[in-house]
Write a protein that binds this ligand. Structure first.
Ligand code: VG1
Ligand code: CO
Length: 581
């Protein structure tokens, strides 16, 4: 192939957010839009990460991925990349990409040094919906802010990019290597199985035999909903072939470019079919719900865990996994190096860390902050309130890993109960037992999506201004509601990375109360249009006789306070949030 230089000019708005660049497909389809971002990324990397390097390019298979992968292949070739690895049909979950970077070796021993992940995660897909792209580094984790800042700077000055225009499109639907000869030598594109490396890794972490026993009929029943995302490319292999689950326990497990028209976000609002099956819908289906249910988002890094007629709050999920990991999961048999959560995630994990005397870290929202801790051997298990849970087996959150972690805990607790008439320990039993031991963190998140960006900014500025006088805040608080505790401090969260000393400012507005309750306000960094305001509300209850309340009811005084304190309706014109989780 030949290399041609195409001249281009900067395009506004290519700043990577919490997890890469996410825009409407029609924005990505503008001339040079994708190309500029890809070249800005190549230019932000050190030369040895490009020239002669091996790169992974794949994602959740959403609409436009098949075009994007061919463009990136042609640009990689022109930039002197030696090999591009593509999952069959461009399918690789985000955790699988991380695993492939860390674990996979080519026939000649070659290893990947980075990846372009093509996904907009839980955002809908299709011609009128979202596409996205992000870059992951040699450790398998998202590029740190130092790199994403450089990428953004490069998008503002870009003048040209090289591309191998005459390189034929590669058939990404069949496995194998296609070799080309360019001005700088050989260039290979290898299409490989999307699941092999990931399945191998999962088998090295968990005791598949004990989970298989749990899943064998008739006692324990199971259900998994991939919401037509890329998790479907793994679910059949892992749950049915390896672990013996019934075929009909899989819902929406065929990956689709538009996620079947749905919103591939695993929560009680969007995972409707699973919610109904688990007995959490508005009306009962008449069929006894399974003991365990779970769902994933588009790129399979998120998870929702459900028991029979029971929802597990993600902040509790990571705390429960941390509290039970050591006996139940072989990977952790020698202990946990430490645990971490994102700032808005509830403090349920903090209580476990304290009681088990584990190192503990609180980081800004977004998985990239956990990676440094893990690379330094300081953290084994971590999680976010946004249905993200994971461990140091890779450098991304991992939806299927979380399901296998829960199944391992259930298998461990039910070792003696699978035969005969003894009662099973259920998901609900495990959660209630956890609350009895550690206390309960009532938790909810309100999202106001697609709010006018200027108004959202004003609301945030109003909340920051209020923070300058705590006595003034408490006067307002008492005027709104007399039975909440006093605000003890308020700030904007700032994080100093304990490994590299880098500082991230303005990571969310916090109001902290004397009884441990918290209100947190942030603007989303993953939307593609307007602004999304996230409001996180948390209240700690230590008294075991009071941990069984309905969460929205328990939190209603704090919710009311948060809405009035922030003047939510006044600024946004919204009387209710778009989604409550
Ligand atoms: C959201 C979540 C955050 C998560 C991020 C990426 O970010 O709040 O916890 O890490 O999405 O997840 P934001 O900035 O919109 O609040 V995913 O599954 O979209 O890669
Ligand atoms: Co995701």
């Amino acid at each position: 192939f030949k290399v041609s230089l195409v001249s281009t000019s900067p395009i506004d708005g290519q700043k990577p957010g919490t997890s890469g660049l996410r825009k409407k497909v029609k924005v990505f389809k503008q001339p040079n839009y994708l190309e500029n971002f890809v070249q800005a990324t190549f230019n932000a990397l050190t030369p040895e990460k490009v020239k002669g390097a091996t790169l992974v390019v794949s994602g959740d298979g959403r609409y436009y991925s098949k075009d994007a992968v061919q463009i990136i292949i042609k640009m990689a070739a022109a930039n002197g990349v030696r090999r591009v690895w593509v999952g069959k049909n461009t399918l690789l979950s985000t955790p699988a990409v991380s695993a492939v970077i860390r674990e996979r070796a080519g026939a000649d021993g070659s290893k990947a040094t980075g990846a372009f992940i093509l996904t907009a995660s839980h955002n809908p897909g299709g011609p009128t919906e979202d596409f996205g792209i992000k870059y992951n580094m040699e450790n398998g984790g998202p590029a740190p802010e130092s790199i994403t800042d450089k990428i953004y700077e490069n998008t503002k000055t870009i003048k040209e990019y090289p591309i191998a225009e005459d390189l034929p499109n590669v058939d990404i639907s069949s496995l194998g290597v296609t070799s080309f000869e360019g001005p700088e030598g050989k260039f290979d594109v290898e299409v490989f199985d999307s699941a092999d490396d990931y399945v191998k890794l999962m088998k090295s972490i968990f005791d598949f035999e004990s989970i298989r026993k749990l899943l064998s009929p008739p006692k324990f029943t199971f259900c998994y909903d991939a919401l037509h995302g890329v998790a479907g490319a793994y679910a059949h292999r892992i749950f049915v072939e390896e672990l013996g689950a019934q075929e009909n326990s899989l819902l929406n497990c065929t990956p689709k470019e538009d996620f079947g028209g749905g919103h591939p976000d695993p929560n009680l609002t969007y995972a409707k079919e699973l919610v109904a099956r688990m007995g959490l819908g508005k009306s009962e289906t008449g069929v006894e719900p399974p003991e365990f249910g779970a769902a994933a988002d588009g790129d399979a890094d998120r998870n929702m865990i459900l028991g029979k007629r029971f929802f597990v709050t993600p902040s509790d999920s990571v705390a429960i996994i941390a509290a039970n990991a050591i006996g139940a999961i072989p990977y952790f048999s020698s202990g946990l190096k430490g645990v971490a959560r994102s700032m808005p995630t509830s403090a349920a994990l903090d209580v476990v860390a304290k009681s088990l005397k584990l190192k503990f870290f609180e980081v800004p929202t977004g998985w990239k902050f956990f990676g440094n801790l893990m690379d330094a051997g300081m953290c084994s298990v971590c999680g976010e309130e946004s249905f993200g849970t994971g461990s140091d087996h890779i450098r991304e959150k991992d939806g299927i890993w979380a399901v296998l972690a829960w199944l391992s805990i259930l298998a461990h607790k039910n070792k003696e109960n699978l035969d005969g008439n003894s009662k099973l320990v259920t998901v609900e039993d495990i959660v209630r037992q956890h609350w009895a031991t550690y206390g309960r963190h009532y938790y909810t998140r309100y999202d106001y999506e697609n709010v006018d960006a200027a108004k959202a900014k004003e609301l945030m500025e109003h909340l920051v201004k209020l923070q300058s006088s705590i006595p003034e805040v408490n006067k307002i608080v008492k005027g709104i509601c007399s039975d909440v505790a006093n605000v003890s401090s308020a700030d904007e969260f700032e994080y100093k990375d304990p490994v590299d000393g880098s500082i991230s400012k303005h990571q969310g507005i916090r109001y902290l109360f004397e009884d441990g309750s918290r209100l947190v306000f942030r603007l989303s960094g993953t939307g593609s249009e307007g602004a999304t305001i996230r409001l996180y509300i948390e209240q700690y209850e230590k008294d075991p006789s009071k941990t069984g309340r309905e969460s929205q009811e328990a939190l209603s005084p704090l919710v009311d306070l948060a809405l009035k304190l922030s003047k939510m309706q006044e600024f946004t014109g919204r009387s209710a949030p778009t989604v409550i989780t």
